[in-house]
Ligand binder design. Structure first.
Ligand code: ZN
Length: 211
């Protein structure tokens, strides 16, 4: 059952993103680990047969939700959190290689101003990129102390019902992006709302002051 507000509609991630997530997972838990994960997720068709390396929107949010749920079932909430964060960060870094021109454009946009200003520009750029190439819908706002990454349509908790936020893959991707954009600094990020918990919009808080 889909928990999204837009019941009945199907949304997709580009094949390459799902492929990068699976390849990143493979580097962490090995190909046998990923096979076990895909079996557990009820997605055996992807074992040894990852989505093709193209940007067609064909990997459904339902399948991404199942994959995330399987991380949870396999390693427990805590392990899944650590794993999803790592896989997300790795996905960003691997993604950089296949999105060289996008990364360059982001770097040009982020050239001027304070660290805070540059990260604000980069974050908005990143949100637009997400919204353009996938069916995910995100927006960004900020106050004096933090940015908010608002996930209005979320592939990570599609079809899931949870007690705590489960969008840690997004946290990892954002951590990768912030480390990259700030020349290696780390920022505290906390998912505070999640559609899987019944919130209307998922929210990840990002503290502006680096750690
Ligand atoms: Zn969520």
């Amino acid at each position: 059952m889909s928990l999204s507000a837009e019941e009945g509609k199907q949304y997709f991630y580009p094949n390459r993103w799902a492929r990068i997530v699976l390849e990143s997972a493979e580097e962490i838990i090995g190909d046998k680990g990923v096979a076990a994960l895909l079996n557990l997720a009820g997605l055996p068709q992807y074992i040894g047969n990852y989505p093709p390396d193209n940007m067609k929107k064909e990997f459904s949010f339902e399948d991404m939700g199942k994959l995330q749920q399987a991380f949870w079932d396999m390693s427990g909430a805590r392990g899944a959190r650590v794993f999803a964060t790592r896989a997300g960060e790795k996905s960003f870094n691997d993604g950089l290689k296949s999105f060289g021109s996008v990364a360059k454009a982001a770097q040009v946009a982020m050239k001027i101003g304070s660290l805070e200003k540059r990260m604000s520009v980069g974050l908005a750029f990143f949100a637009r990129f997400f919204n353009t190439v996938s069916d995910q819908v995100v927006s960004v706002d900020e106050n004096e102390n933090e940015w908010h990454w608002n996930i209005e349509r979320c592939p990570m908790c599609t079809g899931r019902k949870t007690d705590s936020p489960v969008c840690h893959l997004a946290v990892g991707v954002l951590q990768g992006a912030f480390t990259w954009g700030s020349d290696g600094q780390r920022f505290r990020m906390t998912p505070v709302k999640c559609q899987g918990m019944g919130d209307e919009v998922g929210v990840i808080n990002i503290e502006k002051k680096p750690l």
